[in-house]
Design a protein around this ligand. Structure first.
Ligand SMILES: *Cc1c(COP(=O)(O)O)cnc(C)c1O
Length: 386
């Protein structure tokens, strides 16, 4: 049953908090004790259903899992030490030697490293697809294809995949579908409702929301999450720390308010940039010039604060001048926190060409959007006067 956002963010999973404490405690314990031989034995034979050892379950961690599972309309969730740990566990739990994976080409860099450098060693092959055209995905399918890995939208180029059509096609062919839903968050997009099997998030981004924690989460059916718990989660041991989980819980309390503000401010800033002569291109799902706008509106209730622009220049010196003259936007990786950030493509990528050298990724934080516009305006002016 779907629950409302107040119920999820304020109450769900917090029924048994001791001492009338309003905030759940951080259960900073590695082990749990038992009153008898029988209880001890029962817990050891069913670690998923008991508190035994914090590499398995921990009450602080479980509160976060219950809330995010409900936000994603999933039956169950498992929190991990990082987004990459969740991605790796989710993928590895459903493939074996000889299998084939179809993956969106512009997906997160470490997802691609997993496929290219790691899984390849175990005889698991992959094919990259652009993802915007389902026919391309259909023709990439082989008899040994077990998994389609999506990221919608992608987080530098903001390309969208049709979740409903791809999931329906995958189901007909017995293929599992996993999606990285970090960008939209469960507040704006619920891929399980479109038939996707597993959702993964880097909770280091909007779920945490304050740039002070690294974690990741997988959400799906009871059966799939239980399978992952018993295999990749317990075995690889990328366990979330109780304190890190508690920070996510604190971040989640304001998720709905933060996401509305990120969306509103981003639309204002894009409005400003779209008329600026030094900006050649804007990549954002909800930008009125986006050719995939209809699909974006079908799948998502709104957008987050991350987008990219192409500056109207082919000179790296111009990109440097723009980047170096920003005062509010910080030059840093990642995104999803309260603060505005910038990453030029030429800083984070090696495949530089005239086509991509002036792409800049922007994260719009929770500052006054007028202050952010003023900051961008000054930097663009410096660049064009150079
Ligand atoms: C950051 C990020 C990840 C990886 O998450 P970590 O928590 O840094 O391990 C995965 N996918 C996307 C889209 C990301 O932005």
């Amino acid at each position: 049953m779907k629950k409302n956002i107040t119920e999820i963010l304020h109450h769900l999973g917090e029924e048994n908090i001791p001492f009338g404490s309003v905030t759940p405690p951080i259960f900073q314990t590695s082990i749990f004790q038992f009153d008898s031989f029988d209880e001890f034995k029962k817990a050891l034979s069913d670690e998923e259903g008991h508190y035994l050892y914090t590499r398995g379950n921990n009450p602080t961690v479980n509160i976060v899992e219950e809330k995010i599972a409900a936000l994603e309309h999933g039956q169950k969730a498992k929190l991990f030490a990082s987004g990459v740990a969740a991605i790796s566990a989710g993928i590895m739990a459903f493939v074996k030697s000889g299998d084939h994976i179809i993956c969106v080409k512009d997906s997160y860099s470490w997802t691609k490293t997993l496929l290219e450098k790691y899984l390849k060693r175990f005889g698991i092959s992959h094919t990259y697809v652009d993802g915007r055209n389902i026919e391309e995905i259909r023709s990439a399918v082989k008899p040994e294809t077990k998994l389609i890995y999506l990221e919608s939208p992608t987080t530098f180029t903001f390309k969208i995949q049709d979740l409903e059509s791809i999931s329906a096609f995958a189901k007909e062919n017995g293929i599992k579908v996993i999606i990285d839903n970090t960008w939209a968050t469960p507040y704006f997009q619920n891929p399980l409702d479109f038939g996707v099997d597993l959702v993964v998030h880097s909770s280091s981004k909007y779920l945490g929301g304050h740039s002070d924690v690294v974690a990741g989460i997988l959400v799906g059916s009871k059966k799939d999450i239980s399978h992952i718990f018993k295999t990749e989660f317990l075995n690889i041991g990328a366990v979330p720390d109780p304190f890190a989980s508690w920070l996510i819980l604190r971040g989640l309390r304001t998720l709905h308010i933060r996401m509305e503000r990120h969306f509103e401010s981003t639309m204002k800033i894009i409005d400003y940039l779209s008329t600026h002569p030094a900006v050649e291109e804007i990549n954002y799902p909800f930008y009125k010039g986006n050719p995939q706008l209809t699909l974006a509106k079908k799948q998502m209730r709104g957008g987050s604060g991350l987008f990219s622009i192409k500056l109207a220049t082919k000179k790296i010196e111009d990109v440097k001048t723009f980047t170096d003259n920003l005062r509010i936007f910080k030059r840093a990786v990642s995104w999803g926190g309260y603060e505005s950030l910038i990453v030029p493509y030429a800083v984070s990528h090696k495949d530089l060409s005239e086509d991509n050298i002036s792409i800049v990724r922007i994260h719009v934080g929770l500052e006054d959007p007028q202050v952010l516009i003023y900051d961008l305006e000054k930097a663009l002016k410096r660049m064009t006067k150079r």
